[in-house]
Design a protein around this ligand. Structure first.
Ligand SMILES: [Zn+2]
Length: 299
């Protein structure tokens, strides 16, 4: 009887299970997932911080990665709509299709900004009907995503649900503290310095978090390249409001921004496009991003 019990225990021991294979579309999501899962998960990112997540290329190697996955974590709000659906389809992995527990949608946990009002048409550019998808730039959103990932992993690996939940709560607490400290620091800047121009409409959550004001974007519409008439208008607005900074993720083109910042007497700040997974934590990524911006805005 004792022997049988020991054998049964052996098979029930979760410690013998292989780590969950987790695939994240973005490096920041991968960094959060790794911190939440620790040694219980193996995490891969489908893109790097140097890639514009709207237009990642659907390499065949990514299909193989997705084929082996137990879970996929997506940003959602159609950020990956241009490349992820065909990859998921070709991966032929029933565990990670939309609507299954293995498909974890980060956006579902976030308080969304930039939800368009009224009728949407293509003339508005690459507008996301569900809301602005660039929330990972804000650690308050990161904290919510960490908790959602903890719950998602716990559903797939119930034996360790408590561990995922604890790790997620600890990370969320660190991120919330960081977010508050940075909000307080930026509030010390003179109000006239707390303005910026962005390249793409991807800084909405950052601007909200740090109490800044975004005067304009160099793209006339999301995903549509700057044109001379719009750029002239932005330059005018920048001069009128003495905007100190143009900020953009490193993967956006810099030529227009360089010219405009020079003409406006502003600095061009290149922001990291995501955590440098696996060497950098999400928290360090966000801290570095805030510091880069703060240095440029401080008089
Ligand atoms: Zn966008």
């Amino acid at each position: 009887m004792k022997k049988i019990l020991i054998i049964l225990m052996f098979f029930a021991m979760p410690a013998f299970a292989a780590p969950l294979q987790v695939v994240a579309t973005l490096p920041s999501l991968a960094a959060i997932a790794k911190e939440v899962g620790g040694p219980l998960v193996q995490v891969e990112a489908l893109t790097s911080p140097h890639q514009d997540p709207h237009y990642a290329d659907a390499k065949p190697s990514l299909i193989v990665t997705l084929n082996r996955a137990d879970a996929v974590i997506v940003n959602g709000l159609e950020l990956e709509v241009g490349w992820l659906p065909p990859l998921l389809q070709q991966a032929r992995n029933g565990k990670i299709q939309k609507g299954t527990p293995g498909y974890i949608d980060a956006a579902a946990s976030v308080q969304l900004l930039g939800v368009p009002k009224g009728v949407i048409d293509r003339a508005m550019g690459d507008v996301h009907p569900g809301g602005n998808p660039h929330f990972l730039i804000d650690p308050r959103a990161g904290a919510r995503v960490a908790v959602a990932i903890g719950q998602g992993l716990g559903r797939l690996d119930a034996a360790h649900a408590a561990t995922y939940q604890q790790n997620a709560a600890a990370l969320a607490q660190k991120l919330t503290a960081l977010a508050k400290a940075e909000t307080a620091r930026f509030a010390q800047l003179p109000p006239a310095r707390r303005t910026l121009v962005a390249y793409h409409d991807s800084l909405l959550y950052l601007v909200d978090w740090l109490g800044l004001r975004q005067i304009a974007t160099l793209e006339p519409r999301p995903g549509i390249a700057p044109n001379p008439q719009h750029v002239a208008e932005v330059l005018q607005q920048m001069k009128a409001a003495a905007v100190p900074v143009i900020a953009q993720e490193a993967f956006y083109p810099e030529n227009t921004s360089k010219t405009v910042s020079k003409l406006a007497g502003a600095k061009l700040v290149s922001l990291p496009g995501g955590a440098r997974f696996p060497t950098e934590t999400y928290e360090d990524h966000v801290r570095g991003l805030a510091q880069a911006l703060y240095s440029a805005l401080a008089p």
